[in-house]
Design a protein. Structure first.
Lengths: 115, 118
């Protein structure tokens, strides 16, 4: 049973802003939301992490509403090299005492950037 | 920037053989993980390791799998008798792990070992 829900794929163009939303209805009170990026034949790479409201770093922003049941990764002015699979990773309150499910990636969003 | 390194990058083995996949996590990290990704499928959690013992494992991590931290730097995954369905990319990861179960600490992944079982 997936703990997160993301669009399977998205398309955009160079220079555009891309927003990828993840639903996580069972997020645990103490858990953070973390996004990863994966290129073919490489390991996932940490992008950004947040708990609530907004977080920004040099590559992305993360928007989290007050109920924390979803989050949106925002990539400003994407380029062809941003074509990758993007995963959001959160805990699950049903396993607040432990459990492997909280460490499982979902299917991710395959983002394709065109010229 | 420190990184997780994995060796070998590609391993080919025959069904029934034992394989050991090796990883050197980032030196000040406390939590270590193995994940796998079958071609075209999602990244699957296998096991997490903390304080010299397994902290969590998934259903995939059955008796054929074992992990070890034989010294202060290496972290290994052993598959005792490989099956065709073990063919996958195996990723090692580590995290600082200063928040509860380690989930809230970002994971740093290596570039994986591609295991091919024939």
């Amino acid at each position: 049973l997936a703990k997160t829900t993301q669009p399977i794929s998205m398309d955009s163009y160079e220079g555009q802003e891309v927003n990828i939303t993840c639903s996580h209805n069972n997020i645990a009170t103490n858990d953070y939301i973390t996004w990863y990026q994966q290129f073919p034949s490489q390991g996932p790479r940490f992008i950004i992490q947040g708990y609530k409201t907004k977080v920004t770093n040099e590559v992305a922003s993360l928007f989290i509403p007050a109920d924390r049941k979803s989050s949106t990764l925002s990539l400003p002015r994407v380029s062809l090299s941003d074509t990758a699979v993007y995963y959001c990773l959160v805990g699950d309150k049903r396993y607040s005492g432990g459990g492997a499910d909280g460490l499982t990636f979902g299917k991710g969003t395959h983002l394709i950037i065109q010229p | 920037e420190p990184e997780v390194t994995q060796t070998p990058s590609h391993q080919v083995t025959q069904m029934g053989q034992e394989v050991i996949l090796r990883c050197v996590p980032i030196s000040n990290h406390l939590y270590f993980y193995w994940y796998r990704q079958i071609l075209g499928q999602k990244v699957e959690f296998l096991v997490s390791f903390y304080n010299n013992e397994i902290s969590e494992k998934s259903e995939i991590f059955d008796d054929q799998f074992s992990v070890e931290r034989p010294d202060g730097s290496n972290f290994t995954l052993k598959i005792r008798s490989t099956k065709l369905e073990d063919s996958a990319m195996y990723f090692c990861a580590s995290s600082v792990g200063d928040r509860g179960r380690g989930l809230n600490s970002p994971l740093h992944f290596g570039n994986g070992t591609r295991l091919t079982v024939t």
